[in-house]
Each structure stands twice: as C-alpha cells, then as structure tokens.
Design a protein around this ligand. Structure first.
Ligand SMILES: NC(=O)c1ccc[n+]([C@@H]2O[C@H](COP(=O)([O-])OP(=O)(O)OC[C@H]3O[C@@H](n4cnc5c(N)ncnc54)[C@H](O)[C@@H]3O)[C@@H](O)[C@H]2O)c1
Length: 279
C-alpha cells in the first residue's frame, strides 16, 4: 500500500545489486511512493547484477560509480542534478564490502590493504559523498540522507571482522557531518542499523544462517526484513521525520536492547540436554 510520502521528491540510491539488495527494495518502495531517482553502483556490479531491470521498472537512469572515487561522485551528482534540473531531496548509501571477510581472514590476522579498502568502501565513501553533495549544494533544505549500518558497531559479533570498525566510523560520520549539514543547510543525516539479512553482502559473512536464527530468537518482534527496512527508509526520506538527525536508528525487532530471551535460552539449553544424552 502506497501513501504518496515521496510525491515529487528526487533522489539517488546507491547499492542495488540484485533483488535481494536492501537498496533494491528501497528503490521499489520509493518509486511506489512517487519519487524519481538515479540508481548507481560500480561498473562490475552493474555488469554482474541485475540493476538494469530495476532501472526499467522505476524509470531510472543507472550511473556507474565507484563510491571511493571523488571524481566519480562529482559526475554522479552533476548528472543527477542535470536530469532533475536542480537539487535533490534524498540519498541512500547502501554500500558495504570487506575483502578480509570475503577471503575468510580472521580479525587478528587481517590484511591491512584489505582493511583500508573496507574502511574506504564502507565508511569513507559516505564522507566523500556528503562532501561532494555539500560542495555542489546538491540537496534541498530539509533533505534527508540515510546510510545502512549494523549493530556490530556497538557490540562484538564473531566473524563480522573489520566491517565492525567500518560501521562504527560510518555512524560517527553521520553524527559529525550531520551537525555541519544540519547547521548550514537543514539537511538530516541518519544511519539505520538493520537486522542481519540474507543479501549478497550478508551472505558473505560466514555463519550468517546461525546468526539470523539467533537474532530471530532474541528479538521480541523477530528480524526485520529488507522490505521492512525499505519502509523505514521511506519514512526517513519523507517530510514526517524532519527533525530526526545524527541518529543511529535500530531497525532490528528489539535485538539491540536484549540480553537473553526465552526462545534463545530454550535453544541454548538444548545443547546441554544433548551433552547429557551423549554422556
Ligand atoms: N545484509 C545484512 O545482513 C545487513 C545488515 C545490516 C546492514 N547492512 C548494510 O546494508 C548495506 C547494503 O547491503 P546489502 O545487504 O543490501 O547487500 P548487497 O550486496 O546487495 O549491497 C552491497 C552493495 O555495495 C555495493 N558496493 C560495493 N563496493 C562499492 C563501491 N566501491 N562503490 C559503490 N558501491 C559499492 C555493491 O555493489 C552492492 O550493491 C550495506 O551497507 C550493508 O553493510 C546489511
């Protein structure tokens, strides 16, 4: 059901690789809610993913961009402003990647070139994007920027590796830039901390199925899906959340506030029962 929340609004959506991507779901919802936007991803992701199908459904132009490259971001912003004949209203940063995770290196044994790439792709790209957007005065007053984060920024989750550090920086950039962009241009910047979700990036974390089962048992409302995350993004792009800024907003069914739940304890206790049986 659509509410026309983004009627007339224009934006940029980063990170739709395939239909599992959170950004894909956001694009579909934004389109339903009346928004127009450009879509962007790396040239490789455009080749290997299915973003062009999404672009066709949403009547959007796809602009190839490596988000770590300032010159690419400048071209993206310029082209988007050209298409929409001026400023835009919202941006979604839905980008994350770690070669250390991909290659199965452990946190105490990370490759530092990979580590720097993780930080550049998953966190500094957000700063670069905000800097370019501000320099070009690309976002309208009361516009909204959202990036996607994960609770590993606050709590240690086995195997999340250097992505945890990237998310901590990402959330900090949202606060630091949120102050400046809010003060100067009334633009809000937030991060959404989403439940583990079985996307391409999510599936790169070894043991994601166990983690998803654990967080499902631990969360009173259950895990949040990609589609539910998209709904939350739409509210943050809408005019209904104009005074929300510099926040890391948990969208995780309550997981981040839990210590132990009945459902998780029952499952955990089963392991002791099994031990007793084996004895
Ligand atoms: N899936 C989860 O469990 C989960 C949970 C919380 C937060 N997140 C975050 O959500 C965001 C989206 O991830 P997703 O789960 O939809 O997976 P996804 O794999 O569909 O999306 C990640 C995207 O990042 C893009 N990307 C990688 N390097 C890039 C670069 N240099 N320039 C531009 N784009 C680049 C990829 O092409 C891809 O489209 C990420 O920030 C991720 O960390 C995911």
């Amino acid at each position: 059901m659509a509410y026309n929340l983004l009627s007339g609004k224009k934006g940029i959506i980063f990170g739709a690789l395939n239909e599992k991507s959170i950004a894909w779901q956001v694009a579909e919802k934004a389109f339903e809610e009346g928004a127009q936007f450009t879509l962007t991803n790396t040239p490789a992701a455009i080749r290997f993913g299915t973003i062009n199908e999404l672009a066709e459904t949403c009547n959007a132009e796809v602009i190839p961009v490596d988000a770590t490259r300032v010159d690419h971001l400048e071209k993206l912003i310029d082209r988007t402003m050209e298409i929409f004949d001026g400023q835009i209203d919202f941006v979604l940063h839905s980008i994350g990647m770690s070669f250390n995770v991909r290659k199965g290196l452990t946190y105490e044994d990370v490759n530092y070139d990979f580590f720097q790439k993780t930080l550049d792709i998953s966190a500094l790209s957000f700063h670069k994007l905000l800097k370019v957007a501000k320099q070009r005065d690309a976002i309208k007053e009361w516009g909204s920027v959202v990036a996607l984060s994960y609770v590993a920024a606050q709590k240690t989750l086995y195997r999340y590796n250097d992505m945890a550090d990237a998310k901590a920086i990402l959330e900090s950039i949202a606060r630091s830039f949120g102050y400046i962009y809010g003060r100067d241009k009334k633009i809000r910047i937030n991060t959404i901390s989403q439940s583990p979700t079985k996307t391409t990036a999510g599936s790169g974390v070894k043991g994601i199925d166990g983690l998803i089962d654990f967080t499902e048992r631990m969360s009173p409302l259950g895990n949040a899906t990609a589609e539910e995350c998209a709904n939350y993004c739409i509210t943050l792009f809408s005019d209904l959340t104009r005074k929300v800024t510099m926040q890391n907003l948990f969208h995780d069914g309550g997981f981040s506030s839990m210590g132990m739940s009945l459902a998780a304890m029952e499952q955990y206790n089963k392991s002791f029962d099994d031990d007793l049986i084996e004895d």
